[in-house]
Write a protein that binds this ligand. Structure first.
Ligand code: GLN
Length: 282
């Protein structure tokens, strides 16, 4: 039998939360302890006095030290939940954010056919495409990414979750077979090059290719909005995520390109985070 340490799970969690600090220290500590022990977070609350075997306590403390040095919890666990789907993550992609679930909700609310053709540009882990596939099995969903390691990861996630998404290596539209979609979605990089936000938190461990887009953060959004009409059916939709202070600029891009029914939407924190537009060519 493994030797029991004198430490209870509550004592370990308390000490770890103090060390970790930041935005969600208790949650981070619970996720790491759950990972090491195989026990659920509910169990920690129901049974705070449970003692943790010494080897597990040591493994936990090693993870806490890594977290303290700034490594994202998702990288330490190797996965991140998005839309209740357990997604594998790696250092090659953005870690899916809860706010991006608002984009999934907005996409599901659109009046689309049962067999809608949909593409997720810059899919990373596959998060958006897989969430949509889990809700709309009839949709024909393509996901693209410019980074080969992201393409592999998204394919692996699709396989593990048994969801049908076609993942292709492509920089935005350039590598796609000519076709027209009912819906184009994207959470592209949109942080300005010099943004101080890039020196803080998890983004330090994520690839710049998934985060940064030119001096004002709009280079990739401009490219997507410019090219999207050539890939949309009449009446098709473009839905993108962007920075909370970019809503006006993005709406202007949609307007200048000739989109109709342009609408901004907010994330869970009430920040302007999404822009939607419809392509009515005639
Ligand atoms: N919302 C993310 C952040 O601010 C960035 C995501 C992105 O660039 N697409 O950390």
């Amino acid at each position: 039998m493994a030797s029991e340490s004198s430490l209870t799970c509550e004592a370990l969690l308390h000490a770890a939360s103090v060390k970790i600090g930041g935005e969600s220290p208790r949650l981070d500590a619970e996720l790491l302890l759950s990972h090491v022990t195989g026990l659920s977070r509910t169990r920690f609350r129901a049974w705070p006095e449970q003692s943790i075997p010494a080897d597990q306590a040591e493994a936990f403390e090693a993870l806490v030290r890594e977290r303290q040095s700034g490594r994202p919890v998702a990288h330490l666990l190797g996965h991140q939940e998005f839309w209740s789907l357990p997604l594998k993550v790696s250092a090659s992609t953005l870690i899916p954010r809860p706010d991006t679930e608002c984009l999934v909700e907005a996409a599901l609310a659109l009046p689309l056919p049962e067999d809608a053709r949909v593409v997720d540009l810059g899919t990373g882990t596959g998060a958006i495409a897989l969430a949509l596939a889990s809700e709309r099995p009839g949709w024909q969903i393509t996901a693209s990414d410019a980074v080969a390691a992201a393409v592999d990861l998204a394919r692996e996630n699709a396989r593990d979750l048994e969801l049908s998404v076609t993942v292709v290596e492509s920089t935005w539209f350039s590598g796609l077979q000519p076709q027209r979609f009912d819906l184009i979605v994207s959470n592209p990089p949109y942080i300005p090059e010099q943004d101080e936000h890039l020196a803080l938190g998890d983004v330090r461990y994520e690839p710049a290719s998934a985060l940064v887009s030119g001096p004002d953060g709009l280079d990739d959004l401009k490219m997507i909005v410019e090219q999207a009409p050539d890939w949309l059916v009449e009446g098709g939709w473009l839905l993108v995520e962007h920075g909370y202070d970019q809503a006006e600029s993005v709406a202007a891009l949609f307007r200048e390109r000739g989109f109709s029914s342009i609408r901004g939407m907010q994330d869970y924190g009430g920040r302007d985070r999404l822009t939607l537009g419809q392509w009515l060519a005639s």
